[in-house]
Design a protein. Structure first.
Length: 312
């Protein structure tokens, strides 16, 4: 794949995830079909509407944490797990508008970086939220050139910083590998059987179910804030549509955890269709505040520079 096309796909993944996040945020925990009910005609505009405490085009914790991961990878010249955890802690202490309950507990429970998530899981036994999957776009881009084993390993290790349940690790590893194969000009949906074969055996069947061609989000047995239906819904949105815009619309219309389902969908659809497929009316107002960083706010140009620095 030519370098220009690879950058298009990488930037599509990073920007697409952020766009999905910002578009979905005002509809979080709302009913199904709310996005289409408000914006019935694709392409008309106005969808970056804000609401629910979010400004128009404002990205949430999903993208903020993805940026923190990216900046650690760049400034530490590779994977430095204690550094990522420390950045997460500073961010969490700065009162972001939104932070997952589990993530907040892990980052504020006073435990060291390599024990905090594991101890949370031991106590609560419920740690398979989508909070690690939601932030994976930048790390997926960075580790894609390193190959299948390295990118899936990195995904699991970053996920484990905040999520003690291996189910969350495996979803993030699947996402990483889907992005990598897309960069190799391989159809990610066609690659799913081979990717599932690399999932830990005790989690494989459950992911095979939600990633199957005939699975529909209506069949989910958990709220889509859980990692299984979140990833399954994103794959469903990609599989059943033919454009970036339609995939995002389908994801948000599922209701529930709309910002994260749309962020994961946007990362996959952005990698698949490329940056140029993302409507400019969505990228222009996009901005990513970074609590705990002296008021920094990233815009499209910053995200493109970040993507280029990550190795594409």
């Amino acid at each position: 794949m030519q370098r220009t096309e690879r950058f298009q796909r990488a930037a599509g993944a990073v920007v697409g995830s952020a766009v999905g996040d910002a578009l979905g945020a005002p509809f979080e925990f709302g009913p199904r079909g709310a996005f289409t009910a408000r914006f019935p005609t694709p392409g008309v505009g106005g969808e970056m509407c804000g609401g629910g405490g979010w400004d128009p085009g404002e990205a949430t914790d999903d993208t903020q944490m993805a940026v923190l991961v990216a900046e650690s990878l760049l400034e530490r010249d590779g994977l430095d797990l204690p550094d990522i955890f420390a950045r997460f802690q500073r961010w969490a202490a700065s009162e972001p508008k939104d932070i997952g309950l589990q993530t907040e507990d892990v980052l504020t429970n006073g435990m060291p970086w390599d024990l905090a998530a594991a101890i949370h899981f031991q106590v609560n036994r419920r740690a398979a939220g989508n909070g690690a999957l939601m932030r994976a776009s930048t790390s997926a881009v960075h580790f894609a050139p390193a190959g299948r084993e390295a990118t899936m390993d990195a995904a699991r290790r970053i996920a484990a910083l905040t999520h003690g349940d291996r189910a969350a690790w495996e979803a993030t590893a699947i996402f990483h590998e889907l992005v990598r194969v897309t960069f190799e000009d391989t159809d990610p949906l066609a690659a799913l059987p081979d990717i599932l074969a690399l999932v830990r055996p005790d989690h494989r069947d459950r992911y095979a179910t939600v990633l199957a061609p005939d699975w529909h989000p209506d069949q989910a047995t958990e709220f889509n804030g859980a990692v299984w239906p979140c990833l399954g819904s994103a794959i469903w949105a990609l599989r059943t549509t033919t454009s970036f815009e339609d995939a995002i619309r389908a994801a948000i219309d599922l209701g529930g955890d709309t910002d994260t389902v749309a962020a994961v969908t946007g990362g996959l659809a952005g990698a698949y269709y490329g940056l140029n497929a993302i409507p400019t009316r969505w990228t222009q107002p996009l901005h990513v505040p970074l609590p705990g960083s002296d008021g920094r706010v990233l815009h499209l140009a910053d995200l493109l520079h970040l993507t280029h620095s990550l190795g594409c």
